[in-house]
Write a protein that binds this ligand. Structure first.
Ligand SMILES: CC(C)(COP(=O)(O)OP(=O)(O)OC[C@H]1O[C@@H](n2cnc3c(N)ncnc32)[C@H](O)[C@@H]1OP(=O)(O)O)[C@@H](O)C(=O)NCCC(=O)NCCS
Length: 123
């Protein structure tokens, strides 16, 4: 189940986001989470499986242009290669079906691997 980020999920979200190759230090991570908390165009979700939060996906949204860029995606190491990453991409496409969606370069290799039946809406 996709859950919208709330402050009480900060630690688990930061733990998952720390696996992003673009996160080099704690300061980057803290700035990132702060922006998800304060910037209305930055949307962060966690993936809940039973009682565990095992994935995170973050977007930057442009409401006027109806565009969304997936800028962060990470799955807990112990749950990788079970389709969770692809599921997160698919869930976001359903939730943002009015938006043109693309992914930042660091995610694009994985994004293109996802079997996107919604390709016509993607960049
Ligand atoms: C990338 C990531 C989110 C994939 O999550 P996942 O739940 O393991 O992915 P899925 O199980 O849905 O898909 C696994 C497939 O994606 C491939 N894959 C994993 N990382 C990839 C990447 N960076 N680029 C392209 N393909 C990738 C796997 O080789 C596997 O391929 P297969 O289906 O041919 O065997 C996960 O490996 C992760 O959290 N990595 C650390 C964070 C990261 O690097 N994020 C940026 C890249 S998205």
């Amino acid at each position: 189940m996709l859950i919208r980020y709330k402050k009480n999920l900060e630690k688990i979200a930061m733990g998952l986001l720390s696996f992003m190759p673009t996160v080099k230090d704690v300061k980057t991570l803290q700035d990132m989470i702060k922006q998800y908390e304060t910037d209305p165009n930055w949307h962060l979700y966690l993936w809940k499986d039973d009682d565990d939060m095992i994935g995170v996906i973050g977007l930057k949204v442009n409401e006027e242009e109806k565009q969304a860029v997936i800028q962060h995606l990470s799955v807990s190491p112990s749950h990788r290669n079970q389709g969770i990453g692809k599921l997160l991409i698919s869930e976001i496409h359903q939730q943002y079906n009015q938006y043109q969606i693309c992914a930042e370069e660091v995610i694009d290799g994985f994004y293109k691997k996802c079997d996107l039946e919604y390709d016509s809406h993607s960049k």
